[in-house]
Ligand binder design. Structure first.
Ligand code: TMP
Length: 207
């Protein structure tokens, strides 16, 4: 089974991913493969460095989108699919939804076009469940602090669009997305994630 965590930077998804992976291992005895986007493969980590750290390299929004997709195409084929084929649980920090929101809703490329390009990158491998974290962008910015990468250092207006984009996508996203309020307590969020996952495991068992 394939889970992804997404949402505005600073919304607490990393902490929740740590707890979730430990719970899958301890309570469900599942083998867990954790990965991140961009990154997760030797190529992906190099692309990540260009995308996030090399601020003196000029990147147009279309180039940026395609680099995220290149990292994703490699991750799907090198890590995610082989793990799923062996019955492992994959937990990925961000996936295609991040491109739809950051480069699409916030970056100005048509979300529909990004979904089309995404079909090539993912080869139609999609998360069974995406936990989408929301948080007021002003609060999220204080949590991120000064250590910001290329994307995080974009202005408040960009972050507002990211926030609005995630909210819109969740509304339209159907059953494979679960909205999480990043302002809730760590325990409460983790309980919501675990009960959603239990329900999903139950559904798979009954099929
Ligand atoms: P991270 O900080 O959660 O590791 O994500 C890296 C940054 O890259 C984050 O600011 C979100 C951004 N991002 C995109 O803009 N598009 C994408 O497709 C992905 C995966 C991440």
């Amino acid at each position: 089974m394939f889970f992804s965590f997404d949402g505005i930077d600073g919304s607490g998804k990393s902490t929740q991913m740590d707890l979730f992976c430990q719970w899958l291992i301890d309570d469900h005895r599942r083998e867990v493969i954790r990965c991140r986007e961009p990154g997760g493969t030797p190529l992906g980590e190099k692309v990540r460095d260009i995308l996030l750290n090399q601020k003196n390299i000029q990147l147009e929004m279309e180039t940026e989108m395609l680099l995220f997709m290149a990292s994703r195409a490699q991750l799907v084929r090198e890590v995610i699919r082989p793990a799923l084929n062996k019955g492992k649980v994959v937990v990925c920090d961000r996936f295609l939804l991040a491109s739809v929101v950051y480069q699409g809703h916030a970056g100005g490329i048509s979300p529909q076009v990004i979904r089309e390009v995404g079909k090539i990158a993912t080869g139609n491998t999609h998360p069974d469940m995406t936990f989408v974290f929301h948080l007021d962008p002003a609060v999220a910015a204080t949590r991120v602090g000064d250590a910001t990468d290329r994307i995080e250092s974009r202005d408040e207006e960009f972050l507002q669009k990211v926030d609005a984009g995630f909210r819109q996508e969740v509304q339209q996203g159907g059953a494979a997305m679960k909205s999480i309020d990043g302002a809730d307590s760590i325990d409460s969020i983790q309980r919501q994630i675990q009960s959603t996952t239990e329900a999903l495991f139950e559904k798979v068992r009954n099929h």
